[in-house]
Write a protein that binds this ligand. Structure first.
Ligand SMILES: Cc1cc2nc3c(=O)[nH]c(=O)nc-3n(C[C@H](O)[C@H](O)[C@H](O)COP(=O)(O)O)c2cc1C
Length: 338
């Protein structure tokens, strides 16, 4: 037995490829908002086989988990099949990244079973500080729990209707449990540096999942609202002491009726500095962006531009819906962050 901690589920090759996640199948009522009941009646259709590519995909998955190719499907069920099928996809990584847009409307129906382990494998492939892997993720699909989390996160409807919500967790509990089992002190888990490391690790993992999801035709939107009331969310997810929610990620099949647009970003002249930081130069470049974004928001049916939105958000005094007390919330959750 190799040193892996995987559930003993042997994935048949025919279960591995995830065609529906790759190419959402058009169904008659997909452009309408349907109920959760209808969603449950419309699971992703069956998979396709890519036996020729499976061996190479299994080798890659096996390397990620440090096991032999024979154990790849034990370490990460169904991921090899998704990886093999992804070879069919016409878009490069760069195209996926530059084509990103947040998606807040999803087709009904659960995601293919291969999606979750695939996203987690992608997330675990992200770099992690000193290989500490100070993060965990909680996958939520229960409608009642999604509804409660939607409420805790500022009543965002796309959370309520999501087929899958991933809550990324900064996790110092694991290392403390290890320390307890060996009667060792881990004072550094109380440092701000360690909290930041855990938050960074979780964020990098989450973003890897975003790119993976988009690469197989899924849509995502982050949910910073999980930090509106971290203690309540921790109770909802039964998080142990020493953990805190970092960000949520709603995942689903994009509703083609609401595709969303690529949102323009700041000019590179604003964010990119050569050798030393240059405030004057970046401020000169902001005017053009403000005009561009005012037009963008107008096309979307909103008034105002980017600068007003940024300043409103940063005004404080409640503009962050409770997140201004994050430091004390972290302390209450067992992450003192000295
Ligand atoms: C850390 C983080 C938290 C976010 N939280 C939310 C959220 O709670 N609700 C939401 O609708 N979008 C949320 N977003 C999505 C942003 O609003 C979105 O990425 C931004 O407006 C840029 O648009 P784009 O992703 O379509 O390019 C979040 C994004 C990030 C990175």
């Amino acid at each position: 037995m190799t040193a892996i901690d995987a559930s003993p589920v042997v994935t048949r090759p025919t279960e591995t490829a995830s065609a529906p996640a790759l190419r959402p199948v058009q169904e008659p009522d997909q452009t309408t908002r349907t109920t959760r009941t209808a969603r449950a009646l419309k699971p992703d259709p069956g998979p396709r086989e890519h036996p020729g590519r499976l061996a190479a995909a299994r080798t890659q998955v096996a390397a990620r988990y440090g096991v032999t190719a024979r154990h790849a499907d034990l370490a990460a069920p169904q991921v090899s099949g998704t990886l093999a099928a992804a070879a069919d996809l016409p878009r490069s990584v760069l195209e996926v990244q530059l084509g990103h847009r947040s998606v807040r409307r999803f087709l009904p129906g659960p995601l293919a079973p291969s999606v979750l382990p695939t996203l987690v494998a992608a997330a675990q492939s992200a770099p992690t500080s000193s290989n500490l892997q100070l993060w965990s993720v909680v996958a939520v699909t229960d409608p009642a729990r999604l509804a409660r989390i939607a409420t805790l996160s500022g009543e965002q409807d796309h959370v309520r209707d999501a087929p899958l919500l991933l809550v990324w967790i900064a996790d110092l509990a694991r290392v403390r449990a290890l320390a307890a089992s060996r009667s060792t002190a881990v004072h550094a888990t109380g440092y701000l540096e360690t909290t930041m490391t855990a938050f960074l690790d979780a964020a990098l993992a989450a973003q890897n999942a975003v790119v993976a999801a988009e690469s197989i035709g899924l849509g995502t939107v982050y949910l910073g609202g999980v930090r509106d009331d971290p203690e309540a969310l921790a109770a909802e997810l039964k998080l142990p002491r020493g953990t805190a929610p970092v960000v949520g990620l709603v995942v689903g099949r994009p509703d083609p009726a609401c595709p969303g647009r690529v949102k323009p970003r700041l000019p590179q002249a604003v964010v990119l500095h050569h050798e030393t930081y240059d405030m004057a130069r970046q401020l000169r470049s902001l005017g053009a962006y403000e005009r561009r974004m005012t037009a963008f928001y107008r096309d979307e049916g909103f008034t105002g531009g980017w600068i007003g939105r940024v300043l409103t958000r940063m005004r404080g005094n409640g503009s962050l819906r409770g997140r201004e007390r994050l430091r004390s919330a972290l302390a209450a959750l067992g992450m003192p962050s000295w």
